[in-house]
Design a protein around this ligand. Structure first.
Ligand code: PLP
Length: 382
């Protein structure tokens, strides 16, 4: 028998209190009771996104919110620039392609982060660009992009920066208003401690102008409908009320912790994880590693897919593999959302045992000791 522990960068573990809220009796989505719950959610979302502007719940997984951004913020007569540093950067390109847009790509090697100077050059070469698409945390590689610097460059050029913060918001520093971010999106199954199925979007005034001017045909994902619903504290379509009930409970937990404290917790847990794997002689994949997920090279000659299978079968711990061209080469430990110090220690200890059994030369306990040494300094993260 195993206790199952999910340490993936989405979906993430959901607290029982939150899950139980989702089991509540159904309410009608045009009732006063719904409006009360919905407006509470809308207020709490602003805290998590660090914005005073509306944050709109979209009824889809994260990719739907990405599509929403493409459908509402681009036009066929412009050429978006996509910063592609991994699987999810590629998804921006795929969605743009689906909308008939020709894009310009800034290819970033997997594991590396975008270089602001390169964006500056690309923008000069492409005066017809009106929007740049990027990730806050490129979940497939575990790297963070320098969003604040990228935004400053875009802002000066009057170009929108669209930030896929699906795995980042709540875990990475993301100052939507202070940094003048034009578009930020998130997903319920990442740091929002809720099951999959909801995503969130917030836009700057400049971005709202683009929404009004876009000539793309849209219906379900027309953000103007959502803004109208926001003002009436109502959703344009039938929302998943159960997921909203549970999301409200999770948002309350996040706001009770405090969003800055939540980011600090993620930063502490990520540091402990990195120290742990490094002490086992393993190497990190990302140059600028994220708070949400730690990517680790598999030791030479071993397949990370096999390691992940063993970790699940023998220890009940689920972590994620590498996607696309890197399959089998590295593994990813998710530590976002409902995660604490003990989860990190348990995951590292299971990783140690399985690596040892696979014949990797490691000293049992070295990883958890290094992590412990970071975790006892918790006070410094306050
Ligand atoms: C998880 C994730 C997505 C995809 O979201 P879905 O909910 O699977 O549609 C997109 N971008 C990033 C950065 C992610 O982490």
């Amino acid at each position: 028998m195993h206790k199952h522990r999910m340490m993936t960068p989405g979906p993430t573990d959901v607290p029982s209190e939150v899950l139980l809220e989702g089991a509540k009796k159904q309410i009608h989505h045009r009732s006063v009771e719904f409006q009360r719950i919905y407006s509470e959610i809308l207020d709490l979302l602003k805290i998590v996104f660090k914005t005073s502007r509306p944050v709109l719940p979209i009824l889809s997984s994260g990719t739907g919110a990405m599509e929403c951004c493409v459908a509402n913020l681009t036009s066929l007569d412009t050429k978006p620039i996509v910063i592609e540093g991994g699987w999810f950067g590629k998804r921006w390109n795929d969605i743009c392609c689906g909308y008939g847009l020709e894009t310009e790509t800034i290819q970033v090697d997997w594991g590396k982060s975008a270089e602001p100077e390169l964006l500056e050059e690309k923008l000069i070469e492409n005066p017809n660009c009106s929007a740049v698409f990027v990730q806050l945390c490129e979940t497939s590689t575990g790297a963070v992009h320098p969003i604040q610097e990228l935004q400053e460059i875009c802002f000066k050029k009057g170009v929108l920066l669209v930030v896929d913060g699906i795995s980042g918001v709540g875990a990475e520093k993301c100052e939507t208003d202070e940094w003048n971010l034009d578009a930020v999106i998130a997903g319920s199954q990442k740091a929002f401690m809720n099951p999959p199925g909801l995503s969130y979007i917030t836009l700057s005034d400049r971005a709202w102008n683009a929404v009004r001017n876009s000539k793309h045909t849209r219906f379900y994902f027309d953000l103007r409908k959502y803004l109208d619903g926001y003002e009436k504290k109502n959703h344009p379509f039938t929302p998943p009320t159960s997921l909203l009930h549970s999301q409200l409970a999770a948002l309350k937990m996040i706001s009770d912790e405090g969003i800055d404290n939540s980011v600090r917790r993620h930063s502490l847990l990520a540091s402990a994880t990195r120290a742990g794997v490094k002490a086992l002689g393993l190497k990190l994949f990302a140059e600028h590693p994220a708070n949400s997920v730690t990517s680790v090279w598999m030791p030479e000659g071993l397949d990370s897919s096999l390691f992940i299978k063993k970790l699940m079968a023998e220890e009940g711990v689920t972590i994620a593999g590498a996607q696309g061209p890197w399959k089998g080469k590295f593994f990813r430990i998710g530590h976002l959302g409902f995660v604490d110090s003990n989860d990190i220690i348990l995951a590292l200890s299971a990783i140690e045992r399985v690596l040892k059994k696979m014949g990797v030369v490691i000293e049992l306990g070295a990883g958890i000791t290094a992590a412990q040494n970071i975790l006892v300094k918790k006070g410094e993260y306050k």
